[in-house]
Ligand binder design. Structure first.
Ligand code: F6P
Length: 342
């Protein structure tokens, strides 16, 4: 009898170890159609990018020319870090000659990057933030990569990428990779949210949590309170409210992916509202807010600008920013109830 239990447990462990990302995507789509195979292969390439970035981050302190700034500024006017450049190039490199993705749009590039040899077959666009939270890189704190996949519509001859200026419901998949004590990939193809841990001994992402559901309420509020003096009065009122209420606790790590990951698993709310200097906030709609909103919705959570659902927002340009309030449905609704008083 005991032997039978051991056998079942071993079989279960083996099945789990064999649930790799590419296999899981096919299971999710319940299809072996060419489109499903493509999406599975795209996820596999994203996972390869994640492994390469994770490897470099884990050895960063021992290598020359990995940490620090390049001395340049990006299209957002922000100082570029060497890791930003490396991670951006990794994503391009893993998709070359793959036939999978015709165009990549990244927070680090002013215009989309075309891979012409892929374009006759791959009509997908990968949108990504190669290193999210890059201010954490030099101090060995968590950072992430965020990705979103959309179908390319039309021919985009002038490279304006105007077909990307559509709402977040147009995403066919989204996710992130969190480079923390473990490297974790979280994704959705519109059928729930699933997490995979990178097993360094196998070099594979293995399923660790399926169908993650965000708690309807959580204790955490995650916001940079250093911006208090730059917020408008309704936002200040909201923060005064959480200060006065027992059971609220602040957690802010400086990397959206890490802060969102905590909330996805434990509940609560992340906020990056508009400020005096940046009325639209800091976060980019296509590379950050919309992909995480897609995941939040799939996990039973919500994402809002304060007055509009993030998935409904149509960007005016590729690098458009939005205020972001994301997390447990009850906590997002509470913040909105203050912000809507404006
Ligand atoms: O977009 C970049 C980002 O680094 C996010 O990952 C993070 O949540 C935010 O900016 C931190 O900004 P701040 O330093 O203004 O709090």
């Amino acid at each position: 009898m005991a032997d039978a239990h051991v056998e079942v447990a071993q079989e279960h462990a083996l099945d789990r170890d064999c649930t790799t990302l590419s296999r899981h995507v096919l299971q999710q789509l319940q299809s072996f159609s060419p489109d499903a195979q493509d999406l599975s292969a795209i996820m596999n390439r994203i996972a390869l990018a994640g492994k390469l970035i994770s490897r470099r981050l884990s050895r960063a302190g021992l290598m020359d020319n990995v940490l620090g700034f390049t001395g340049e500024t990006n299209v957002q006017g922000e100082s570029v870090k060497k890791m930003d450049v490396y991670a951006n190039d990794v994503f391009i490199s893993v998709f070359k000659q793959s036939g999978l993705v015709c165009r990549l749009a990244s927070e680090e590039m002013e215009k989309p990057y075309y891979i012409p040899e892929n374009c006759p077959i791959g009509r997908q666009t990968l949108i990504y933030d190669p290193i999210d939270g890059s201010s954490n890189v030099d101090t060995n704190l968590n950072v992430g990569s965020i990705f979103s996949i959309r179908k390319q519509e039309g021919i985009d001859l002038d490279e304006s990428a105007s077909d990307l200026l559509q709402d977040g419901h147009k995403q066919i998949a989204a996710g992130y990779i969190l480079y923390g004590p473990s490297t974790i990939l979280v994704y959705s193809v519109g059928n729930g949210v699933h997490a995979f841990n990178l097993d360094p001994s196998l070099g594979e992402f293995i399923l660790s949590r399926e169908n993650i559901k965000i708690p309807s309420h959580g204790a955490v509020y995650s916001v940079n309170e250093g911006n208090f003096w730059q917020w408008d009065e309704p936002m200040r009122e909201y923060v005064r409210y959480v200060h006065r209420h027992e059971g609220c606790t602040a957690r802010y790590g400086g990397a959206l992916v890490g802060d969102f990951h905590r909330i996805l698993f434990q509940g609560g709310v992340f906020l990056y509202p508009g400020t005096l200097k940046k009325p639209e906030g800091k976060l980019r709609l296509l590379y950050e807010s919309a992909p995480l909103a897609f995941l939040a919705q799939q996990a039973g959570g919500r994402a809002s600008t304060g007055t509009q659902d993030i998935l409904e927002v149509i960007p005016k340009e590729l690098h458009a920013r939005t205020p972001l309030i994301i997390g447990s449905p009850e906590d997002v609704a509470l913040a909105e109830s203050f912000l809507n008083r404006a």
